[in-house]
Structures are given as C-alpha cells and as structure tokens.
Design a protein around this ligand. Structure first.
Ligand code: FAD
Length: 494
C-alpha cells in the first residue's frame, strides 16, 4: 500500500466553480488534504449563471447547508422549470418542468396512456397532469411532504460563490489573492509543479484544479488538453447579460424566449431580475442584440451590459496529468437548460469520489474523463433537440438550425419517440424520460403509436385514472401559497 501523495490540492480561480470545488473538498476531506485557492479580484469572474437544476439541492445538503440561510444569502427564488416561448413556432409555448407527469406504469410512461386518451376523446393537455408545471404557471410554491415538489433555485451566483467561500475558509481552505502569471511544469513527468504568481510567489501542489474560466490557464494553456468544438451543432456563440430591478413578484420559473437569431432569458431573483440574450453572431450583430435586449427588459437597468463571446464545446481531456478542469475551463454549452453549474457539481463530486490515495492512476483519469464526457454529450443532445426539431423557418438562423446534422445518439432518441412514444434514460442521464417527453412534444413531435398496455384499460378505467390524476394536481395547486409569500415566510424576511 502506498502513502497518500496528493495531499496538496491547489484550486486556480475563485468563481462559482472554484468555490464550489473548495467548499465541497474542504467539507468532505477536512484535514486529510491541504487546500489552497488562488484568485484575482482584479480579473474577476464571468458574472453570470443564475438558473440551476434540482441536483444542486443535493450538493447543498451534502455540504450541510441550511436551505433558508442559503436562500437569504444568495437572494434565491425557487425554480420549478423553464417556460419556452417561440421555439416550435412563433407564438408557441411549452414548459419543461422538473416534475413527473401523471403516473408511469413499469411497462410504459404516462404519455402512452395520455396518447390513448386522446384517441378516446379526452381533451386535456399533457401539462394538466404535472404538479410542478401547474404550480409554476400559477406562481405558487411550497415544500410538500415526501419531496413531492421537485425544484431548484434561481440565485445570484456571485453571492453563492461568496457564501461558499465563507464556508470553505471556515473549514480550512487557504485563499491567496494574486494573479497567476505562469504555470511551472515538472521537466520529467510533465505534471504541473507549481503556479507562479505576481510578486514572485509560487504555489506548489500535487493536484491542480483549473477553475480559471474560459481562460483555461492550466488545462489548456499549460497542458494543451485539446478542445472539441461543437459549434456545428449549437451555432450560437455570443451573449449579453444585464440585471434589472424587479417589476413584479418573482415567478418560480426561468423563461427562454426564442428570437430570430437565438433566444433570451429572464431569471427572477428576490431582489432583481437577470436578463440576457444568446445569439449567433453570423446572423445578428452585437449592437442589434443589445438593442433587442434593452428593448425587451422591463425594470430599471441596474448593470452595464456584460458582453460574452464563447465557443461551444468541451475540453477533450477534462482530467489530464495532475490537473482537472472544473467549470468553464472544461467547456461550455449555452445556458438553455441551466446545466453549467450542474456540470461543476458533477465534476467536483466525481473528483472527490476518485481522489487518488497514492499516485494518480491513469485508470481513474480515464474513468473520470469518460463519465464527464458522457454527461456532456447527453446535455449537448438535449440542447440540440430544441433547435433541430422546430417548425420555424422564418429567419436565416432558424433555416440554418433546421438543416443542421444531428448526432446519431440524438437522432435515435427523436425517431424512436416519434415512432413509438418511448424514451429511455441511459447511463445515469441527467434528464429523465419526462424531460425528453415534455420538450419533444413541446417542439412539435407527436408519437405515431403508443404502447398497447394503454388499451388494456377499459374506457371507464382510463377515464377514472385521468380524472383522478388531473384532479389531484389541481387540488394540490389550489392549496399552495404564492411563491413570493412562501419565500418571505421561509426565509424569515416577511
Ligand atoms: P469564472 O467565473 O470566469 O471564474 C474564473 C476565476 O478564475 C475567477 O476567479 C478569476 O479571477 C480567476 N482567474 C482567471 N485568470 C486568472 C489568473 N491569471 N490569475 C488568478 N486568477 C485567475 N450556468 C448555469 O448553471 N445556469 C445559468 O443560468 C447560466 N447562465 C450563463 C449565461 C452565460 C451567458 C454564460 C457565459 C454562462 C452561464 N452559465 C450558467 C455558466 C456559469 O456562469 C459558469 O458555469 C459558472 O459561473 C462558473 O464559472 P467559472 O467559475 O468556471 O469561471
């Protein structure tokens, strides 16, 4: 047995990624590691990233975070899903909720029973069977027994990083303020030996976590891990973000509103609203994008526009030598399904599970890279779905999207659903069957057939089942408090 040789862990960068990594490592490993984080106030962070998905609640729980305290500290609201406008066609709307819809049978998802119901004269929308969706659109929220309401948060990511920083420092993380000017490699192994900072400082480590954002100073700048460009699948390459004052109580959902060359987001927090436009620079200039964004925001503009250029894609090796990329240094996909902070969480928890006991095992590295890549490919496919299955042909951008090739993995998923109504969740995929069903139907796919089990129910049984499920949702939603009131009471700010 060899003694642990990865005691000294150095995190480069203190954005959301850096502080999530530090807080989780410090909490899980304590004195078993020696943890240092280097960040530069002068360089700052990307300053966006406000909408999350449900697994973040697990991350917080693992760290022993009190939810109300976290929500107060980050000005968070609850999030039950995303409302998509203008994606299937201009004027269309659908909702991707975090909940389940109806009740699945082990042989077949609820959509099969609902589809059979349609042929039997039932008129109710698929949406009427989803608690989270109906609560969201009614502006309601509460914690329900047995975690019956599945939710995430809309939060101020700078405040989240600051909140995690306090915890990480409280649990022994050393923070070094300074600019990394170079990365020193070990001549023999090719590993990173040390970060060289301004004022001739040097920080040695056994394992380095690159959280330097798009700069990717360690994983790419020093180790040249390589980058897979996915722009040919997801052509948007630019964003502008700005914050505005709230003009109404926050709704418990994020909005993604498509426009002729991309889409816009609206993310309501307790104290303000996050707004942004994502666009393809081939079809829309920066000036026109800014004008469109400013023309559509509702409250007083509180911040200067934050203009961001990016290349969609992933670092070819997420873990290379003694360096692991976490956050934007590992790649970026547009925030359409709010998945970036989740990928940080996955990488950090995965790394903790695979933390070397002795020297770094190439098998751990290969396993980590494969698992990360699978996550990223699955998210990529889900994002492409929103662009590739659309009836929009009203602009050069949408005509371009409709003609884009699809990854085979996505093509199989779409065509299987179209032919049979079936969706399968593989390899611990982030998005459950219901997410795929909601988005595929929302984008306009109607399955040609459904599972024969649905026809086994007699007409009155089917009627009874659908009515019972629908009434159950409606009754629960009717009894829920308003989202704003609930937050005020829960956070003690009422
Ligand atoms: P950054 O925030 O860029 O942090 C990099 C850190 O490295 C900083 O501390 C910086 O000071 C430091 N650094 C860099 N160079 C040096 C140096 N030379 N010396 C010392 N320190 C250095 N994610 C979501 O989950 N939901 C969303 O709704 C969402 N919306 C987004 C919208 C847009 C337009 C974009 C671009 C991203 C969005 N994201 C979203 C992604 C999210 O913002 C990031 O995943 C998250 O903020 C993590 O960023 P990061 O910590 O990797 O990088």
């Amino acid at each position: 047995m060899t003694a642990a040789s990865t005691r000294r862990i150095v995190i480069a960068g203190g954005g959301t990624a850096g502080w999530m990594a530090a807080a989780a490592l410090a909490n899980a490993l304590g004195d078993a590691i020696d943890l240092t984080l280097v960040e530069s106030d002068a360089i700052g962070t990307i300053g966006v990233g406000e909408s999350t998905i449900p697994p973040i609640a697990l991350f917080n729980r693992l760290l022993g975070i009190n939810e109300a305290e976290f929500m107060r500290a980050t000005q968070a609201t609850f999030k039950l899903g995303i409302k998509f406008d203008n994606w299937k066609e201009v004027g269309s709307t659908y909702f991707h909720s975090f909940g389940a819809t109806g009740k699945d049978h082990w042989t077949a998802g609820f959509q099969h029973f609902w589809l059979h119901g349609l042929t039997q004269g039932h008129k109710h929308s698929y949406d009427d069977y989803c608690l989270e969706l109906k609560a969201a659109l009614d502006g309601k929220f509460a914690h329900l027994p047995n975690d019956r309401m599945n939710y995430a948060y809309q939060l101020d990511s700078a405040l989240y990083a600051a909140f995690l920083r306090r915890r990480a420092e409280g649990e022994g993380t050393k923070r070094v303020e300074g600019r990394i000017v170079s990365v020193e490699l070990d001549g023999e192994s090719g590993n990173i030996a040390a970060l060289v900072l301004d004022r001739d400082r040097r920080i040695e480590g056994d394992l380095f976590i690159d959280c330097t954002g798009f700069r990717a100073l360690l994983i790419e700048g020093a180790l040249h891990a390589g980058f897979d460009d996915w722009t040919h699948w997801l052509p948007c390459d630019s964003a502008i973000a700005l914050q505005t004052a709230s003009v109404r109580p926050p709704v418990p959902y994020t909005r993604a509103i498509a426009h002729d060359s991309g889409w816009q987001w609206r993310i309501p927090l307790q104290h303000r609203q996050g707004n942004g436009i994502v666009y393809c620079s081939r079809y829309l200039t920066e000036d026109a994008a800014l004008e469109r964004l400013l023309g559509s925001v509702e409250g007083e503009v509180l911040t200067p526009p934050n203009r961001i250029r990016y290349t969609t894609g992933v670092r070819r090796r997420q873990w290379h030598r003694n360096c692991v990329a976490v956050g934007l240094s590992g790649g970026f996909m547009e925030p359409l399904e709010s998945t970036s902070i989740h990928l940080i969480q996955r990488a950090v928890l995965r790394l903790i599970r695979m933390l070397p006991g002795g020297s770094i095992s190439p098998r751990d590295v290969a396993e980590f890279n494969e698992q990360q890549f699978t996550d990223m490919e699955q998210i990529r496919d889900f994002l492409i779905l929103h662009y590739t299955v659309t009836e929009r042909r009203d602009s050069p951008f949408w005509r371009h999207c409709a003609a884009l090739p699809r990854p085979d993995t996505l093509d199989q998923k779409i065509e299987l659903f179209r032919e049979t109504g079936r969706v399968f969740r593989k390899n611990e995929e982030l998005f459950a069957e219901n997410s795929w069903v909601q988005v595929m139907m929302g984008q306009g796919i109607v399955p040609q057939t459904y599972h024969p089990i649905a026809t086994k129910l007699r007409a009155e049984e089917l009627d009874g089942l659908l009515t019972m499920l629908r009434d159950g949702v409606a009754k629960t939603v009717a009894g829920l408090p308003g989202h704003q009131d609930y937050i005020a009471r829960y956070c003690g700010t009422a």
